[in-house]
Design a protein around this ligand. Sequence first.
Ligand code: SF4
Length: 472
Amino acid sequence: MRAQSMQFKARAHGALADARLQSVLKRFGSGFADKRDAAREAYGVEAFEALRGASAAIRDRGLANLDAWLLRFEQEATRRGATVLWAKDTAEIRRHVLEICARHGLKKAIKSKSMVSEEAGLNEALEAAGVTPVETDLGEYIIQLAKEAPSHIIAPAIHKDKEQVSDLFAEHHHRPRLTDTEALTREAREMLRGHFLSADLGISGGNFLVAETGSVAIVTNEGNGRMVTTLPKVHVAITGIEKVIPTLEDLSTLNRVLPRSATGQEIENYFTIVTGPRREGDLDGPEHMYVILVDAGRTRLVGSDMQEMLRCIRCGACMNHCPVFQTVGGHAYGWVYPGPMGSVLTPIYQGIENALDLPQAATLCGACEVACPVKIPLPELLRKLRERQMQAGLRPWRERAGFRIWAFAAKRPRLYALATRIGVRALRLMGGAKGRISRLPLGSGWTLGRDMPAPEGRTFRELYAARRRNKS
Ligand code: SF4
């Protein structure tokens, strides 16, 4: 998928002006976040915080010896009949999958949600090679019909309303237009059933790779993952190398924190552990199983000051809690991963110079870090990316000049105190009788959609000193 993250500002403006999208985003609101909070309460707040700590520690243990756990995974998966392939970049993912298609004469691929395959633009490559890809996750199916990219990692069609889905189904299914949600879901299920039965290739992602058993763990809420991994004669699981965890015990811990953080569920509707292809005596399962382990920029993070980002378990909680994401939606971010995690991952994977505004697309309020089940310090990572941009001279000259002026004053306390005294008094005058500023000089973006309350005319230091005087 081609990154369009350089257009973040324009896309965000477009999203703000799109009344339909705004109404959908408003309805989405804090739904997932509220459910996550309720699940945390039900689990016990202290116990849940301990679970987050344990989950972060498991991810760190895997990452500390990533090479060893990956080799162990390869060894165990191979021993159980799977073929493990390595992809250093997204081009290699496409090459591996197309070679598998050619080797087994495959013509139709059913897919369960795989963000790595989105990174690789796999559907386009399959189509160009004469293999028909069919997305089977309902949200992914909708956006495939609409020829759009996902806008949320666990709810890919969250930006569409029911009317839009009705129109899409009527156009592509050539059936009478339905408007009832259940009826629409049933119709999608009926359309997909034939594809499940006629496909010869199943492509899935992998939520976790278990090193000690060579297994791929997949969680879904629709059961499509289970059909994708068992019905076709060939199954290909594609996932990032960072997803490896040492043991099944670790998996059980992470699987307590993942659904609660993502959707507030105690457990997903379907939790599948795939270990190798069909064995003698098995009633179902693929004849061949491949696991493609993808680097595509991940090893650059290992041992770096951004390594903590590799803990990510793709739950979506950070975007569910992010005020920026909730306002502009996922497409504004311009690549596969939106929200705070995307604002860190996209500059790293696509190049910081190709995603200039993403590290700034956050208020640094900290809600994402508090919600993250593996305690990734997202605001700190965003700040580091901002620093890198500044050091590389990638920010606009006005911003750089502004910081230089501020640094000059901040190192001279008397000058700083004088400047802030003049500043707050000027702002108070600007506020007039109403006490509100509708256009802020040098910061007009802040007052585009709202007024700023004018300060009362004294600096923090002056207020602090006055309070101390009053107390004594
Ligand atoms: S960064 Fe944390 S909260 Fe965001 S998707 Fe990854 S694991 Fe979930």
